[in-house]
Design a protein around this ligand. Structure first.
Ligand code: PLP
Length: 443
């Protein structure tokens, strides 16, 4: 069994995270429950920040908040000296409500609405990562109306394909994101941006994919992006001061996943930047990166109560938990794999091969196929590891299931950071029009 961060098996044979026995957490907060190992989140953040400090490059490590965007997490990102990426008004609102320094917030997205742009401009956002020509024009118009100069990066697709799942590679040419480097679109975008009265072009952004286990893709992206910066300097006499190389650093979900230590990714990026820039006599830019999954992914554990089971002799044994695709849609979306343990009997010998089903009305609502577990009973607790990224963030109310609570655990203390949804949350936005309301029956 692979245990992440502060997770361990205590003397009672129970899983313990952040010094908290998860059977106590289940009792106190109920299940399903998202448990976040706060120390591990902070450790990951520090690994990035400290690795950059070691390179001597000016830098910003922006937490890609979409991975897990709640106010308490924004506070931790700020305390750990990170910047913050948002991709919608909702994420921006969350960050602002948490008091995150607005000058360190970067606004992403391939279809920002005018309302979102205005909200970000009014807040005084640090930087827009502009995705397309329509946005470039709209942003300049809105900034001009408000008499503001705004910092921008241009998102470019560098034509680098990260070795990852097809759905989550975005650096290749055939992508909905960004200005294409190969076909001249990125060059025209720079020309256009420089000519705008109210935009200050800092540089370019590239994001080549997610769950990446090697440095080669980043190296290639640095080379392409730097070559582009040099071309812009030579042809347009304009010097970028920021290069943003995106996120996508892989984590270990299951045996066989082999992420590199965070410092290796950072060092490879830094080495490539320093080598390519000095080769071209280009002034060293500030380097931004945007880790999401690698900050919060392995710090998250989802705790479920096991309910029913179905044994089909010679075929498969299903066990069902009190959550599923509503709190973790990733297996259904990406065929993502997870490891898990019976949290209240973590030392028991594994004797069975089971598949873990959710409780939603979808055959595809499966969390884990073919998991080795001890024989389980109704009422046992199942802890699924590595659910910190894109789980709560992607959770839904399908089947009108209430979204679970989230707790941060650290040094034996458990703090609720998101309350479990209530029935009121479920029907709170429903409206029965007058014509459908039950009439008082006339006597
Ligand atoms: C999703 C995303 C990230 C974060 O990706 P991770 O795989 O979670 O590190 C960073 N930058 C951009 C532009 C993204 O879209």
């Amino acid at each position: 069994m692979y245990l992440h961060g502060t997770s361990k098996i205590n003397s009672k044979g129970h899983l313990e995270i952040g010094g908290c026995d998860v059977t106590d957490l289940a009792e106190q907060f109920g299940t399903p429950l998202y448990i976040v190992d706060e120390e591990l989140v902070r450790q990951r953040a520090r690994e990035f920040v400290e690795a950059f400090r070691g390179t001597g490059l000016r830098h910003q490590v922006a937490y890609a908040s979409k991975a897990f965007c709640v106010m308490a997490m924004c506070r931790i990102a700020e305390e750990e000296g990170m910047s913050l990426d948002v991709v919608s008004d909702g994420e921006l609102y969350t960050a602002l409500q948490a008091g995150f320094p607005v000058e360190r917030i970067h606004f992403h997205g391939n279809n920002k609405t005018a309302e979102e742009i205005v909200m970000a401009l009014d807040a005084g956002i640090g930087c827009f990562v502009v995705d397309n020509f329509i946005e470039l024009d709209l942003l300049n118009t809105l900034a001009a109306e408000k008499g503001k100069m705004v910092n921008i990066l241009l998102r470019i697709t560098p034509g680098v394909e990260a070795h990852t799942h097809d759905y989550i590679s975005t650096g290749q040419q055939d992508s909905k994101f960004g200005f294409d480097l190969g076909n001249g679109s990125a060059f025209r975008a720079v020309e256009t941006a420089i000519a705008q009265s109210n935009l200050k072009l800092l540089g370019v952004h590239s994001h080549i994919g997610s769950q990446i286990f090697e440095v080669e893709g980043f190296r290639m992206a640095v080379e392409k992006v730097t070559a582009f910066a040099v071309e812009i300097r030579n042809k347009l006499d304009y010097t970028f001061t920021v290069l943003n190389l995106g996120g996508g650093f892989g984590i270990r979900y299951v045996e066989g996943d082999s992420p590199l230590p965070v410092a290796h990714y950072v060092q490879a990026i830094a080495d490539a930047v320093i080598a390519t820039c000095s080769g071209a006599q280009f002034p060293l830019p500030e380097i931004w990166i945007e880790p999401g999954r690698s900050i919060v992914g392995d710090a998250g554990t989802t705790l479920y109560t096991i309910g029913t089971s179905k044994d089909i002799p010679g075929v498969r044994k299903y066990i069902a938990v009190d959550g599923g695709m509503t709190d973790n849609p990733r297996p259904a979306l990406y065929e993502s794999r997870y490891e898990a343990v019976v949290a209240n009997r973590a030392n028991d010998q594994v004797t069975e091969l089971v598949s873990v089903a959710g409780k939603c009305c979808e055959s595809g609502d499966m969390l884990i196929w073919d998991l080795k577990l001890p024989a389980v009973n109704s009422g046992d607790l199942l802890a699924v590891f590595c659910t910190g990224a894109y789980n709560y963030a992607m959770a839904s109310n399908y089947n009108r299931i209430r979204r679970p609570a989230v707790v941060f655990v650290r040094d034996g203390q458990a703090d609720l950071v998101v309350a479990r949804e209530t029935y009121h949350n479920i029907v709170g936005n429903d409206i029965i029009p007058a014509r459908l309301q039950k009439q008082a029956v006339a006597k």
